[in-house]
Design a protein around this ligand. Structure first.
Ligand SMILES: C[S@@+](CC[C@H](N)C(=O)[O-])C[C@H]1O[C@@H](n2cnc3c(N)ncnc32)[C@H](O)[C@@H]1O
Length: 217
């Protein structure tokens, strides 16, 4: 049913392989007049996925700064929201894409937060990177009543009741904690991109940004 309001699609692209994009996400990316993707500096993995799905796509980037400076982040996302509003005014429909799923640590919500216009938001899920990690590792994350923890950087202090951990944006200290707690620890780097690497580690190492760490008991 048409609401008369412009529609902002929040599209999860999956971890990076165009074959792992949902049919609905692909349909939206091929149909909407303009697609927004986050850039870190000059590069955007999300833009690469969008281009491989639709070489004709009109792609507009917005900066998703990798900084812990809140003001700098807010400035960038306010700017992204203004760009989205302008595009929505002009075209009526815009897709804002991010890797993985749109409800998990996605920059999409930072853009939505600063919107001033009345828009219809429609969400399209994607396969989260953490789940592809488990598939690449070839082990179930959890079974029966096992408990799964999903967090960023490093796990919280108590892990006694946790059977598996997905660590997004991991840091070396977080990896060390998982090893000390006796988890089997896997580093999953650049899944679906040319530098893909999945390995079980015994010593902590610097993970880099496009890396997810999985711990399984
Ligand atoms: C801003 S979060 C986005 C998470 C994403 N929305 C999801 O559902 O997977 C960025 C983090 O996702 C993980 N990530 C996303 N794509 C990845 C990939 N292709 N390979 C490994 N990790 C990935 C990394 O931990 C990265 O630091």
């Amino acid at each position: 049913m048409s609401t008369g309001r412009p529609t902002l699609y929040g599209v999860g692209l999956g971890p990076g392989d165009p074959d792992l994009v949902t049919l609905r996400a692909a349909e939206v990316i091929r149909r909407v007049p303009v697609v927004m993707v986050p850039f870190v500096g000059a590069s955007s993995r999300a833009a690469e996925v969008v281009k491989s799905l639709n070489p004709e796509a009109v792609i507009v980037g917005y900066q998703a700064p990798m900084t812990r400076d809140r003001r700098e982040r807010e400035k960038a996302y306010r700017k992204a929201a203004r760009i989205a509003e302008e595009l929505l005014r002009e075209h009526g429909e815009v897709a804002v894409c991010s890797l993985g799923d749109v409800t998990l640590y996605s920059t999409f919500w930072h853009v939505v937060r600063w919107l001033r216009a009345d828009v219809n938001v429609e969400l399209i899920p994607g396969i989260p990177a953490g789940l592809l990690c488990a598939v690449r590792i070839g082990r179930p994350l959890v079974m029966g009543n096992d408990r799964l923890l999903v967090c960023t950087r490093e796990p919280p202090d108590r892990l006694d009741d946790v059977d598996a951990v997905i660590l997004y944006k991991p840091i070396k200290r977080g990896i060390r904690r998982l090893l000390e707690e006796g988890f089997d620890v896997y580093l999953c780097r650049e899944l679906c991109f040319p530098g893909e690497e999945v390995k079980k580690i015994e010593e902590p190492e610097d993970p880099g940004y496009l890396c997810t760490v999985v711990g399984i008991r």
